[in-house]
Structure formats: C-alpha cells, structure tokens
Design a protein around this ligand. Sequence first.
Ligand code: FE
Ligand code: FE
Ligand code: ZN
Length: 281
Amino acid sequence: MFLGCHVSNKTPDYLYGSINEALSYGANACMIYTGAPNNTKRKDLSALQIEKAHKAMQANHFDLERMIVHAPYIINLANTKKPELAQFGQDFLASELKRVAAIGAKVLVLHPGSHVQMGLDVGIQSIVTHLNVVLDADTSKVCIALETMAGKGSEIGSSLEELKQIYDGVRHKDRVGVCLDTCHLNDAGYDVSDIDGFLSKFDDLFGLDKIYCIHINDSKNPCASHSDRHANIGKGTIGYDTLHQWVWHPLLKDVTKILETPYIDGQPPYKEEIKLLKERI
Ligand code: FE
Ligand code: FE
Ligand code: ZN
C-alpha cells in the first residue's frame, strides 16, 4: 500500500526537505508542487537539491514512482475567452513536464480547466488541442493525470464522461490518465461509498490501469454540492470507513494515494491520518 500526502518544496532544502517531511509522517509516497501552486514562478532546477533527495529516497526505499507532482492550478487550457491565457498554460505545462522529468517523477496531476462560460464542448476541444501540442513536442515519459473535479463554477472534469472526451481526443494515450479525488468525486455527485460500482464504471470507460493517482480526502460538504472543500479524514461527509476502504481496495493496491487534508491549528495532520488509514480493521 502506497500512502503519502502533500508536502512542501521550499527553501532551504527543497526536494530533499520534501522527502524528509514525507518520511517524518511515515509516508511511502508524497506529492509536491514544483513551486507555489498559485503562481508560475519557478526556481532553477539546480536549486532543488534533486540528487540529495534521490539519495535519501534510495536509502529509505522510497520509489521515485511514488513522488507525484501537481501542476499549478492556474493553468487553464480551456480558456477560450482569453486564448492567450490558454497559450500561457500550454507553454508552462511544456516547461513543467521538463521539470518533472528532471526531478525523476513519473506523473504530473493537472486540473483539466474551466470553460469560463464559453461552453463545455469548446472548452474540452481547447484542452485537447493544447495537450496534443504539448505531448507531441515533449520527449520525456512523464504522464499527465487529469484530476476529477468537484464541478464548481465552469470546471471541466466533474464527470468521468467529460474526462473521457478529453482522453478520446488526445493522441498520446499512453501518457494520459486520471487522478481520482474522493472529495471532488463526492462533491461532483458520485456515491464514493460504492467503490466497486465506481471502479466498474471507470473500468468500462478507461480501464483500471488509467488510474494514475488517488487523492484521499474527506469532504466538508454533502454529495453533489459542487463545492470542493476538503475535510480531515473521518471528519467529513465521506467518513473514515469509506476512505479506509479506498486506501485498502485490492484493485487499487498499486496506485499511489495522497492526502490533501487541511492543517489543524497550523499543524499538518498527516502523521496521525496516515497512521489511522494504515490500520487494518
Ligand atoms: Fe488538485
Ligand atoms: Fe485533489
Ligand atoms: Zn480540491
């Protein structure tokens, strides 16, 4: 079972610090941003202490495959109202794939985008076009995991069918898959307590091997609220039992699971939450 959490990637130790943070929580997986999630300023790769991080990973049997990268959420490939912003997102995504490859990670999680009131189909077509340009030019083997979204505002990707439309349009299918987020699925209207039902639907559409990553979060809001506010494990509407079942589901045994639950009184909850979820009932 591979369970970790979002960790920081910041001065002075950068990736080396990220790994040490993950290890301090008892995690055997983690997720980082290559810089701030809400902007696209990025440090030079030489500052990130990649080699030192790799050595620490090796020493602790922490596989590079278990380090997930999340793209900044201001990338919006679906913005056809301001195409220059979609173009900016495309350029940034291309440079981000190079950073992920240099870090040695294999999966980049990407929010599909928001159609900004220009229509779902137009937005999806824009995502497909930009993804194809990026993946045609990229020579790394890094895969993009399109995240399931809660469906707030004009977010695309709150149903598996929408993600499938994107997937169907991309040429490099070997490099595109899905990142499930239990909070987002719940808020989008899925009954996440029916894991088998959900997985059988996913299998019909994509094949289970297309689940590249799972974000394990409780939700502050009821099913179909379209709101996207993460709750701590067992403190939300999904509940501990269901999240524990996601973590231990036999069909998901090889998938990397990442907690993105909120800090409590300024403190990361991850050590306790990882311990709670690791317990076999
Ligand atoms: Fe996300
Ligand atoms: Fe998420
Ligand atoms: Zn979220």
